[in-house]
Write a protein that binds this ligand. Structure first.
Ligand SMILES: Nc1ncnc2c1ncn2[C@@H]1O[C@H](COP(=O)(O)OP(=O)(O)OP(=O)(O)O)[C@@H](O)[C@H]1O
Length: 252
């Protein structure tokens, strides 16, 4: 049987005294896309950020339970957080390229690693931009500022930046919510093509997007994981009334 690449066990997360994750246990499998859905404030982004310790950047956060990657708890004191965030890369809602050229954005992590020759970096930059389906848009402007690109192109360059350091898992927090439908469609197709090599977890408010691209879907409500199952099951025959109400637009 396939083993999960990430397992959360009974994760509780508090901002100050406020409990925003109330015991989340979830397995994420290799070469699958998992969608996290639920109303605003239900804890989806917080759970996503707990998978590569992005919550550590915020004060006043307490987390209990465990998040295991291949049987090691990432919250163990010995975890190297820089390495962790390379293995588990993240793409945010607003495209956030650095104010450098397209090339420098994608080469950034590789240059920090100091493991590659200039020729190798050139090749990885090209391969990553191709995998992120933005090469044709930017191949003639690699040395122009990434900030001069459209929002959709910037977001795909940000995805290329994550791919360049060869993560195992890619976390995406509403990556298309700031984009037009054509750019969103390109990103959806790209994510489907990346599934063969990566494990993908995506927070989305777009039910159509979740049903089009994900293999499994988790429905969050008020810090609880109400239901987690194959996407078809969640959308066609949900087991819980709350899930049914949410996906059929009765609340949220
Ligand atoms: N830095 C923070 N400090 C205090 N409370 C926070 C912080 N970040 C999030 N919260 C609270 O935690 C709860 C869960 O937020 P979270 O962003 O995970 O929800 P979400 O389901 O992703 O919502 P959305 O869909 O609106 O992004 C919310 O009540 C939110 O107000």
């Amino acid at each position: 049987m396939t083993k999960p690449i990430i397992s959360t066990k009974d994760v509780h997360l508090f901002y100050g005294k406020k409990e925003v994750l109330k015991g989340i246990s979830m397995d994420f499998y290799p070469n699958e896309i998992t969608a996290l859905i639920g109303p605003s404030g239900s804890g989806k982004s917080t759970l996503l950020r707990s998978l590569n310790r992005m919550n550590d950047f915020q004060d006043n956060v307490t987390i209990t339970g465990s998040v295991n990657i291949e049987d090691k708890n990432i919250y163990a004191p010995t975890t190297n957080k820089v390495d962790l965030r390379k293995r588990v890369g993240m793409v945010f809602q607003q495209p956030n390229p650095f104010p450098f050229s397209v090339y420098e954005n994608v080469a950034y992590g590789l240059k920090l690693e100091k493991k590659h020759t200039k020729e190798e970096i050139d090749q990885i930059v090209e391969d990553s931009l191709k995998a992120a389906a933005v090469w044709d848009d930017v191949k003639d402007k690699l040395h122009e500022s990434a900030l001069s690109l459209s929002g959709g192109q910037q977001q795909r360059v940000c995805i290329a930046r994550v791919l360049a350091v060869h993560p195992e898992v890619i976390l995406l927090d509403e990556p298309t919510s700031a984009l037009d439908p054509i750019s969103s469609g390109k990103i959806e197709n790209m994510l489907l093509s990346l599934k063969d090599e990566y494990t993908i977890v995506i927070v989305t408010h777009n039910m159509g997007q979740a049903s089009r691209i994900s293999d499994k879907t988790g429905f969050f409500l008020d810090g609880n994981l109400v239901e987690y199952n194959k996407t078809k099951h969640i959308f066609m025959t949900p087991s819980e009334k709350e899930t049914d109400d949410y996906i059929s637009g009765r609340f949220g």
